[in-house]
Design a protein around this ligand. Structure first.
Ligand SMILES: [Zn+2]
Length: 126
């Protein structure tokens, strides 16, 4: 199927595993941030209004980041699972080789470049 050799596969696995750890710790920080704000909630009644507006805005940013991290984590986990199953490197839509260059740039890529751009324009049209 693909021209990838074991060394290249190992290198991609290492990248994916490192990325998974990083995403997990980022998501952990987001969760801890939530917990801290809950425990400090009663401490500053005078500026509560401004603080709350500010926190809502910050939280929206954090939530968007957390969602992105989470989506990427799902893709990274799927890629690692496909490495274990031996199906890594084949497009999930058309089965073509994703291509080593693309995998080295995006180790979590599940689709070839053609199917990816189709999937993205479909998502944008929704
Ligand atoms: Zn494809």
């Amino acid at each position: 199927m693909t021209t990838m050799n074991d060394t290249q596969r190992q290198a991609l696995r290492a990248v994916l595993e490192a990325r998974r750890e990083q995403l997990l710790s980022e998501l952990d920080e987001v969760r801890q941030g939530h917990a801290e704000r809950v425990s400090n909630a009663d401490n500053s009644p005078q500026n509560a209004f401004a603080t709350e507006a500010n926190e809502v805005a910050q939280e929206a940013v954090r939530d968007a980041e957390a969602r992105r991290d989470h989506d990427e984590l799902v893709a990274v986990r799927a890629a690692l699972q496909r490495l274990d199953e031996g199906s890594y490197g084949a497009c999930i839509d058309c089965g073509a080789d994703i291509g080593l260059q693309r995998l080295q740039a995006f180790p979590a890529a599940l689709r070839c470049i053609n199917c990816q751009s189709k999937a993205e324009s479909a998502a944008a049209a929704r």
